[in-house]
Design a protein. Structure first.
Length: 364
């Protein structure tokens, strides 16, 4: 099956991490987020993939190339200005690889264990034109809610309902199977979304839209909180096929040097070429990217650190995200913060909890 992955969004809610790094390249278990998504598609025989790009396209192209390293064939289609989710898919008609058969569309900021093969079976059995994966959430008020009849045919869409309007906890999971003739309803070179425009239009015209409810693991990395939660889930075994395993597993990359007095309580993943100094305490879940240096007596707890980060002596970092090439000098304290790349924090400085620091800032 052919697939389109939407990776052209600005990722504004995940800033400052996404100022210089596209959301699709944000690391998860020390690999770009999108690599996990591509592996999942390839396992379900959706290995002819078009990436619909706009914002920060080049780093994605540079890393994934023609896709052969990942066992898939990749095609790139660029929008000059973002065309919205459905407009981006319509825009792929310009490429030489047309969507001329039943195809899959995915929001590129979702990790899910969804059984795509079973979803395709259901789509074909029901002779559906559009099948939308649904997932249960505790609080549906910030999502697109979808009501169905007993046969799972969609009867109503409700975007970001108030609690008094909530009739189900099943929301649009951002994964769709479509028939190619549906593309005729999307205007060319116009900003158009699946959720707000195409699906309500199809419903109005009586086009059969079915839901595919699933309780499989599902999370989007829309915000720093959810990004941290995803990493925690994968480290603690709650993330289905993406999980590292359960229990307090510790994984140490090649050429990393861990001082014998360092205390590591898993789950902890340390990338390659890292140095962990004397008396350092790593209290999981913690992920450290490659080429990081953490000097003596520092404490790192429930934190994700990207690549080439230098952390001085006696520093404390808790429940935070530290992007690449940051430097935290001796004795600094960073808690519940998000640091973009190339941020420096001065020696002894305590960053206010909840801080979001833009790339390149020198703090203190
Ligand atoms: P926010 O700015 O934080 O809302 O993030 P976002 O820009 O990623 O938007 P949203 O979370 O709604 O997007 C869901 C998925 O669709 C993400 O994978 C986006 O990359 C993708 N997406 C959103 N808008 C566009 C677009 O105009 N073009 C393309 N190609 N992809 C898009």
């Amino acid at each position: 099956m052919k697939a389109v992955i939407l990776v052209g969004g600005q990722g504004t809610r995940l800033r400052p991490l996404t100022i210089n790094t596209p959301k699709a390249m944000v690391p998860v278990l020390n690999r770009p987020f999108l690599e996990h998504v591509i592996h999942h598609l390839s396992r379900h025989n959706a290995s002819e993939i078009t990436l619909a790009l706009s914002h920060l396209a080049q780093p994605i192209k540079d890393y994934f190339g023609d896709g052969s390293r990942f066992g898939v064939r990749l095609n790139y289609v660029l929008e000059e200005t973002p065309l919205g989710t459905a407009g981006a898919v319509k825009n792929t008609e310009r490429s030489e690889r047309h969507l001329d058969e039943t195809f899959l569309v995915l929001n590129g900021d979702i990790i899910t264990d969804l059984d795509i093969t079973a979803m395709l079976d259901s789509h074909c059995r029901k002779k559906s034109k559009v099948t939308i994966a649904l997932t249960p959430v505790d609080d549906p008020t910030s999502y697109g809610l979808i009501e169905t009849d007993a046969q799972d045919r969609v009867t109503r869409f409700l975007e970001k309902p108030s609690w008094s309007q909530v009739t189900t906890n099943m929301i649009n999971a951002g994964t769709y199977i479509l028939e190619p003739d549906v593309m005729a309803y999307i205007p060319p070179q116009t900003s158009f979304s699946f959720e707000h425009e195409l699906f309500p239009l199809l419903l109005e015209r009586g086009v059969p839209i079915y839901a595919y409810p699933s309780a499989a693991y599902w999370i989007d990395i829309g915000t720093p909180e959810k990004y941290l939660r995803l990493n925690k889930d994968l480290l603690s075994g709650r993330g289905g096929q993406y999980s590292l395993g359960s229990g307090g597993k510790v994984v140490i990359g090649e050429q990393s040097d861990i001082h014998p007095t360092a205390q590591i309580s898993g789950p902890v993943v340390i990338g390659s070429n890292c140095t962990i100094g004397q008396g350092v305490r790593l209290i999981g879940p913690v992920i450290i990217g490659s080429g990081c240096v953490i000097l003596d007596d520092s404490v790192i707890e429930e934190t994700v650190i990207w690549q080439a980060v230098n952390i001085g002596k006696g520093t404390a970092v808790r429940r935070s995200i530290i992007a690449s090439n940051c430097r935290l000098d001796d004795g600094s304290i960073v808690e519940e913060a998000v640091l973009g790349d190339n941020v420096t924090v001065a020696s002894g400085y305590k960053l206010e909890a909840g801080s979001k620091i833009w790339p390149g800032t020198a703090v203190g």
